[in-house]
Each structure stands twice: as C-alpha cells, then as structure tokens.
Design a protein around this ligand. Structure first.
Ligand SMILES: Nc1ncnc2c1ncn2[C@@H]1O[C@H](COP(=O)(O)OP(=O)(O)O)[C@@H](O)[C@H]1O
Ligand SMILES: [Mg+2]
Length: 221
C-alpha cells in the first residue's frame, strides 16, 4: 500500500464560519495504480492534495505514505520525504522564474544530492520533447511547454507517487490533451502511482479507478 488515509479532516474559517472541507475521509491506493479524483469546484480537491503531499496539516486523521505516517515526521524529515518520494504537478506549473527550463528540472535532483543531476535532467527534458528549449526561462515558454517542464521535474526524481492537480486546467483543449497524453504515457512507462485531480470525466476514464469528492468524503464512481 503506497497511500493509506484514515479519517482525514480539515476545515477552514471563512469569517466567523467554519467550513469542513475534508470530513472523515478514507482512501487506500496500491502501488503502481492510477486514481482520478473528480469533484466540483470548491469541493476540496486541492485541499486534499496539499494534505496528501504534506504541504498542509490535517486537523484529524492520518496519512501513511509507504508506511510512514506524515504527522510523525519533523518538518525537515517531511521536506526530505517530499523531495524524494512525491512528484507534484500543479495547474499553474509553479516553475521557478529565475531558473531556466533545464535548471528547474535539475534542481529537484540536486536537492536529492544526485551527482548526475544535470545528465538526468537532460534525459528528462528530452523525454518531454523540449531539449531545444533547455535554456529558456519560464516566461519564454508557452503554457504547454511550462507544464511539460513541470512534468519532467516531477517524474525525474522517480517518485513513489505523483500528485497532479488539474494539470491541463489552465491550457487550451488541444494543448491540455497533449499534456495529459504525455503524463499518462510516462506514468505507464515508469510504472508510477498517479493521483489525478480533474473535473473532466473523460480524462478520469484514463485512470484505473475514479472517485468523487462529495461533502468532504470520497465516493466510488
Ligand atoms: N486557505 C484557505 N482559507 C480559507 N478557505 C479556504 C482555503 N483554501 C481553500 N478554502 C476553501 O475550501 C474549499 C475547497 O477549496 P479547494 O480545495 O481549493 O477546492 P477545489 O480544488 O475542489 O476547487 C473552498 O470553499 C475554498 O474557498
Ligand atoms: Mg483546486
């Protein structure tokens, strides 16, 4: 079991009102499987992914990643675990603006103290078809290109799990489809575990299992 989530809860204060976004949520994901999470806008999909990635802390319940309970880790160990085991792909790419395309990919490998970071990054930029853009900075790349660099960055570390939050959400349909095909192709090639948040039912069908976030809980679809 790569991911084992039990009785997870998270709420936010909106003014004086407390809204329970995640409520007694359970989820188990086996290694190498692909899971789509559907849900309306505002249903808590991004909140759930930030809890799963350890970027945000739950109020209740627990998350075990490959047997390790995230809440048992100190900040430093959690950061290390994230760098080693979790590949995150965001809707808005989150590339570092002052690093070029190749450096953005290499950084995630350098953090892991890999001595062949540059070569690995080159291998991955080629895999996503952007070797000829390696010296470009993010603001010199199109949306689709930025996302391909972000995909290479997420996969280059050989993550145990890939968390993708509406990765084609800010792209036009044609570019979005290409980006999604790239993700599905690479995930298959690498045998990665994927959790894909999307509101697109067609995309969800590409995953082995689909669940829907409703009322803070996951329902099978
Ligand atoms: N930092 C925050 N502070 C207060 N409310 C938040 C915060 N983040 C998200 N929310 C609220 O939680 C709900 C779920 O948000 P989100 O997880 O972004 O949903 P989704 O990704 O499914 O669109 C929304 O009502 C949103 O306004
Ligand atoms: Mg969201």
């Amino acid at each position: 079991m790569i991911l084992d989530v039990n009785s997870l809860s998270k709420s936010y204060l909106q003014g004086p009102k407390k809204i329970e976004v995640i409520k007694d949520l359970n989820l188990k994901v086996e290694k190498g499987k692909t899971l789509a999470i559907l849900g309306q806008s505002g249903s808590g999909k991004s909140t759930l992914l930030s809890l799963l990635s350890g970027l945000d802390q739950p109020e209740g319940g627990n998350i075990k990643l490959d047997g390790v309970e995230l809440s048992s880790l100190e900040e430093k160990d959690l950061t290390n675990l994230r760098a080693q085991k979790i590949g995150i792909i965001f809707q808005n790419f989150h590339l570092l603006p002052h690093l070029n395309a190749l450096e953005n990919i290499a950084l995630s490998l350098e953090i892991l103290k890999k001595d062949n970071a540059k070569e690995e990054a080159l291998k991955w930029i080629e895999k996503v078809g952007l070797l000829d853009r390696k010296d470009h900075f993010p603001d010199q790349l199109s949306g689709g290109e930025k996302q391909r660099i972000a995909i290479a960055r997420a996969l280059a570390i050989g993550p145990d799990i890939i968390l993708a939050d509406e990765p084609s959400g800010s792209l036009d349909e044609g570019t979005g489809n290409k980006v999604m095909n790239l993700i599905f192709g690479l995930v298959k090639e690498e045998g990665s575990t994927l959790i894909l948040v999307t509101h697109n039912k067609e995309l969800a069908k590409e995953c082995e299992r689909t669940v829907k976030l409703v009322g803070g809980k996951l329902e099978e679809v």
